[in-house]
Design a protein. Structure first.
Length: 339
């Protein structure tokens, strides 16, 4: 590992100045992703700016009736918070589905949002990778891509975003509070991440020195009836193969409100807005849930070894929405009956 300096600034402004003014400097929070990448040689900062003592570490109600979660809140504290569990169960479940108890005790909300992809080639410095080394190529397309993207990828990169928490936050319309050298700003979660296009090395809309200070959840009635389902290769301590975050409000058998996001299928947490539009006002039936999933997944461009994610994602979406609607998943055939 390359030698590096370590700084504990006195306040967020000093931390931001330290990173803004030095290209090799980077923030460190729990260190559970960054230090791993340093050991692998994927990241080689010359200065770590520790923000753990500077970031808000409380969860507070907002005047609007939502919650403001400090970026320094540990993942385990977020998942255990009674207000989160009652009003946004999808978020608590998504966080608990990630990593291990020990890791969640260290990992912060800010760091979780900015963790890097687990694409095997990205993590192996002996291999080319456009994300790590722009212009070097993407061996995943012709190589190991079973766990990679079916939506939103580009010829230059088909990596997936690894965070479970971010999938729930995408479904919940969360916004991210950021402080930078130009002052504070608020970014919708969907606007934080960039699709790879021809610049897969640029993953977010953040500028050098931008510090995430908090995540805010709006009040959302349907979130009380919400859930997170993660399909993975083993029961714990594994990243998702496909995951779904869903919240549903059914009144008089019809969909009054629905929020849906899919994880591990795209380079960003994938908000399923097409499916949500299909479902608005429709009968809450397995047929309509299936049609909505089909409409969302129509844009998919799978590779040979990850085409199975199409069926998997459809099945998980239909099953979850049926559970939230307390209806039977049987007969989820595309098109036909019901309106
Ligand atoms: C074995 C293992 C299994 C895992 N499994 C899962 C899983 O199944 N699901 C899942 O979602 N996650 C999983 N994780 C990832 C884990 O959740 C992340 O490593 C963790 O959330 C990152 O948080 P951190 O505070 O440790 O971030 P750090 O490692 O400290 O930082 C990560 C990145 O964020 C930047 N950063 C940190 N805080 C801020 C901030 N406030 N503002 C701006 N930039 C910031 C850092 O500069 C760095 O680039 C796993 C990790 C490991 C090691
Ligand atoms: S999919 Fe992206 S991260 Fe993986 S090898 Fe290709 S360019 Fe690198």
């Amino acid at each position: 590992m390359r030698p590096f300096g370590y700084l504990t600034p006195r306040d967020p402004a000093a931390a931001i100045a330290a990173v803004t003014g030095r290209p090799g400097a980077t923030f460190v929070a729990g260190g559970t992703n960054l230090v791993d990448l340093m050991k692998l040689g994927v990241a080689a900062p010359d200065l770590l700016v520790d923000v753990t003592g500077l970031l808000p570490d409380q969860i507070e109600p907002t005047a609007a009736g939502g919650l403001r979660i400090g970026a320094g809140v540990r993942n385990s504290d977020l998942a255990a918070d009674p207000r989160v569990r009652a009003a946004y169960p999808v978020l608590a479940r998504a966080v608990l589905a990630g990593a291990s108890g020990q890791l969640r005790n260290m990992a912060t909300v800010g760091g979780n949002l900015l963790q890097r992809t687990r694409c095997l080639y990205f993590q192996d410095v002996t291999k080319p990778c456009n994300k790590r080394d722009p212009g070097s190529g993407c061996p995943a397309r012709a190589g190991d891509h079973r766990n990679l993207a079916i939506l939103g990828g580009s010829p230059h990169c088909v990596a997936t975003h690894p965070s479970d928490m971010a999938v729930a936050l995408a479904a919940l319309d969360a916004v991210v509070h950021v402080e930078g050298s130009a002052g504070p700003r608020v970014i919708p979660l969907g606007g934080l991440y960039r699709l790879p296009g021809d610049e897969p090395d640029r993953e977010t809309t953040l500028e050098r020195g931008d510090l995430i200070t908090a995540v805010e959840l709006p009040p959302l009635g349907c979130a009380r009836n919400s859930a997170y389902r993660k399909v993975r290769d083993r029961a714990s301590y594994a990243f998702a193969v496909v995951s779904v975050a869903a919240a549903l409000d059914v009144t008089d058998d019809r969909v009054r409100d629905v929020r849906l996001a899919i994880g591990a299928v795209a380079p960003v947490p994938w908000r399923a807005r097409t499916a949500e539009r299909v479902l608005a006002g429709r009968l809450a039936t397995a047929q309509w849930f299936g049609r909505a999933a089909d409409a969302e997944l129509a844009a998919a461009a799978p590779l040979p070894d990850n085409a199975f994610k199409l069926t998997l994602a459809r099945n998980v979406i239909v099953r979850m929405l049926c559970e939230l609607a307390r209806t039977e998943p049987a007969g989820a055939a595309p098109a036909g009956a019901g309106s």
